[in-house]
Ligand binder design. Structure first.
Ligand code: ARG
Length: 275
């Protein structure tokens, strides 16, 4: 069955402020190039057998293209397809959330509202499923807050889904998806320098093979790739990553994201897989 994936066209994409360290070197976005890169991502996903669905981009929401952040998407035997709306740190990004919630509501998803109070939770930027849906890894420290992740964990425990909190310590890895990428049920790409020592130890316990990326690979979003039907879509390919992918039986596909990297995001950040 084709994997369905949600993307948001970059019609209003821009870098207008500094939400993360990548955005401080703002050299101006090439809009036409961004559009071409986004189109290439759509094509690469389709060639990998995915069905691409889109949400209408809203004017003034310059980061709405990063479709991984506004809601957490899940599936549960009892509840069916569900989402947990985010409470984003930045005001402009918080305004993106209702658009995504409406999109999912119109398609029959249950909406699990976690009462986050003043805490933050940033969707699949920080919350990643184990590939077999058996647990959720939850990064915190820069965007999602520890208490936000704990409230999320309480809500998921009612569904019997375990949540593993992981403390992030590298400002260039402000979201978990910049330094953690499951390749299959046994193997994960990780940048060890992004984690507090106890969190790194916890994480290792859940994987048979932990492939370590360098700081340089990580800060170029090599680990912010997309696994789809035997392929690994990556913005940059290093000989080291190539070796890892070969070992895991994945075919590398390079999809450039230079314009989106200026906003601190790449391939993984630009989509949400649908159950
Ligand atoms: N400019 C966006 C922000 O700082 C980038 C989001 C990247 N998304 C991600 N899932 N890492 O919020």
């Amino acid at each position: 069955m084709a994997k369905h994936v949600l993307l948001c066209p970059p019609a209003h994409f821009d870098v207008v402020d500094q939400k993360n360290p990548y955005m401080s070197k703002n050299s101006g976005v090439d809009r036409a190039k961004a559009q071409r890169q986004w189109q290439a991502l759509c094509s690469a996903l389709e060639e990998a057998g995915c069905q691409v669905e889109t949400i209408t981009p809203a004017p003034g929401l310059e980061d709405m293209v990063f479709a991984a952040n506004q809601v957490f998407v899940g599936f549960h035997e009892g509840v069916g397809k569900f989402i947990v709306p985010s409470r984003m740190v930045h005001a402009s990004r918080q305004r993106e959330v209702p658009f995504y919630v409406d999109w999912f509501r119109q398609r029959g998803y249950q909406i699990i509202e976690v009462d986050l109070g003043a805490e933050h939770l940033e969707g699949h930027g920080d919350l990643l499923w184990h590939p077999d849906w058996s647990r959720i890894y939850a990064g915190y420290g820069f965007r999602s807050t520890q208490a936000g992740v704990e409230k999320f964990r309480d809500a998921m425990s009612e569904l019997g889904i375990p949540v593993v909190p992981l403390r992030l310590v590298d400002p260039y890895c402000y979201h978990l998806d910049t330094c953690f990428c499951p390749l299959n049920n046994e193997a994960v790409l990780v940048y060890p320098g992004a984690y507090a020592p106890e969190s790194l130890a916890t994480l290792r316990g859940f994987w048979k093979r932990v492939h370590e990326l360098s700081a340089d690979e990580t800060h170029k979003f090599t680990g912010n790739g997309i696994v789809a039907n035997g392929r690994y879509l990556t913005p940059h390919l290093t000989p080291h990553l190539e070796t890892i992918l070969r070992e895991e039986g994945l075919t590398p596909v390079t999809v450039e994201t230079s314009e989106f990297e200026k906003a601190g995001g790449s391939l993984f950040c630009m989509k949400a897989f649908l159950p």
